[in-house]
Design a protein around this ligand. Structure first.
Ligand code: FAD
Ligand code: PYC
Length: 416
């Protein structure tokens, strides 16, 4: 892959980027493909990349109705961690963590993965017990996790209010040191560029409006740019999963909710880790540009509008000021919303469907960014071999009829 020198950056700037080579092609859709991935978010792009890289299936189209990364991938607060309670979930997220740890090198693209640690705070004895239980479970699964006391927190995180006189006093926290944040756009761009280099067609401004099924088998899709045939179709559209399922006559156990996030004006470096609190229900980190990146819970109603309501904004600010009173003086700069796809057990669906050749990857809810590489990796396996990998076998649609749910509401934590 071509590398850009400082001189080439200067030349491009002075020529108004006229000679800038696009990082991926912009091909017209072909009549048919060996595989189609619907949705050009991080998960869809990662799926296409691993289909080509790991399974030699490169005659693949990624169909994106807008621009790549314009959905939740480009709207999330980028917290990456693998500290889930149950073995099934923990191993899936840990697979992802391991891929994150080599992702910039693998894609030859800096996704700015920064392992600055993630703290989950406890504000009651019951919180502490839950945290200790989860830390023990993580360690039994070989995942780094530790319990830290309030006084250790006070030393590690300046300005965090660890006073026993706080309204919701902090008793301690769990810490995953390998957790952290990444640059969300770079993840989409890195996967897109690497998939394109392996022959994948990334087709933006191409909305899927129908899924064609004949004799119980998927045979293609209808799009705003014509019909495209394929007998292997993976749907990876996050908050719109139910809409796409309906096109194939299926009904998913998914609810779509708005989830908001906020950034402040940039300030000097003041917070070098990620702090989450499920009790006051807010979380915060600081971006490399200096903005405080803040979020809280979902808006409780269902909808597809990419904006949320005022009470959640107020609640998020209350939570952050409860944790860091000093931030009451910082001005918020902007806010936005995404549409998250929440399953009843707060776990993803990575599954074959009753329609042969049709696969769904959804249900990541408020927590799928951290899973981007791992999700693509296991979903590519499922699409290529028409069977689940052992890591995603527990996350099939069947669990909603057998009752084998993997309840991760505790670890999904703050945003649910
Ligand atoms: P998306 O990035 O949404 O991609 C789906 C794509 O499908 C979209 O680009 C959309 O345009 C496209 N599409 C939809 N319908 C069609 C159609 N008919 N035809 C073609 N294309 C279509 N997760 C974390 O792990 N950590 C966090 O800190 C975190 N914070 C979050 C904060 C916010 C405010 C939000 C909204 C989410 C957050 N998440 C977080 C969740 C995370 O963003 C998502 O789980 C993850 O990004 C989903 O990725 P995706 O590729 O599946 O979906
Ligand atoms: O899944 O860690 C997470 C998360 C934090 C904020 C939104 N989702």
């Amino acid at each position: 892959m071509k590398r850009y020198s400082a001189f080439s950056l200067l030349r491009n700037a002075l020529s108004h980027n006229r000679n800038w080579r696009p990082a991926w092609r912009s091909p017209a859709p072909k009549k048919s493909y060996d595989a189609i991935v619907v949705g050009g978010g991080g998960h869809g792009l990662a799926t296409a990349y691993y289909l080509a890289k790991e399974h030699g299936i490169s005659n693949v189209a990624v169909l994106e109705k807008g621009w790549i990364g314009g959905g939740n991938t480009g709207r999330n607060t980028t917290i990456v961690r693998s500290n889930y309670l149950w073995t099934e979930a923990a191993l899936l997220y840990e697979k992802s963590m391991k891929l994150w740890e080599g992702l910039s090198q693998d894609l030859n693209y800096n996704v700015m993965f920064s392992q600055r640690g993630v703290y989950n705070l406890a504000h009651s004895l019951q919180d502490m017990r839950d945290i200790e239980r989860r830390v023990n479970a993580n360690r039994l699964n070989g995942i780094d996790a530790e319990v830290v006391s309030a006084s250790e927190l006070g030393k590690a995180i300046p300005y965090l209010n660890v006073s026993p006189d706080a309204r919701y006093p902090i008793l301690g926290a769990s810490l995953q040191r390998r957790g952290g944040v990444a640059r969300h756009d770079a993840v989409a761009w890195g996967f897109a560029r690497a998939a394109d280099a392996l022959g994948v067609d990334i087709i933006e401004q191409c909305e899927v409006t129908g899924i064609e099924v004949k004799n119980g088998k998927a045979v293609g899709v209808l799009t705003t740019r014509g019909s495209i045939a394929s007998d292997r179709i993976g749907v990876v559209v996050a908050g719109h999963a139910s809409v796409l399922a309906k096109m194939a006559g299926l009904r998913l156990p998914i609810e779509s909710h708005p989830l908001q996030a906020f950034v402040s004006e940039p300030i000097k470096p003041v917070l070098d880790t990620v702090v989450m609190s499920g009790a006051v229900h807010g979380y915060i980190s600081q971006s490399d540009k200096g903005e405080l990146v803040v979020g809280a819970g979902i808006d409780s109603y269902n909808g597809y509008g990419q904006r949320g309501s005022f009470p959640v904004i107020e609640h998020a600010m209350q939570a952050i000021i409860e944790l860091f009173p000093i931030f009451s003086r910082v001005r918020m700069l902007r806010l936005w919303g995404g549409i998250v796809d929440v399953a009843p057990d707060a776990c993803p669906i990575l599954s074959k469907t009753p329609v042969e050749g049709l696969y769904f990857n959804c249900g990541w809810g408020t927590g799928g960014f951290k899973a981007t590489p791992g999700s693509g990796w296991v979903f590519a396996h499922t699409m290529a071999r028409d069977e689940a990998h052992e890591l995603n076998a527990p996350f099939s649609l069947e669990r909603f009829t057998t009752g084998a749910l993997v309840d991760e509401h505790g670890a999904a934590a703050v945003a649910h």
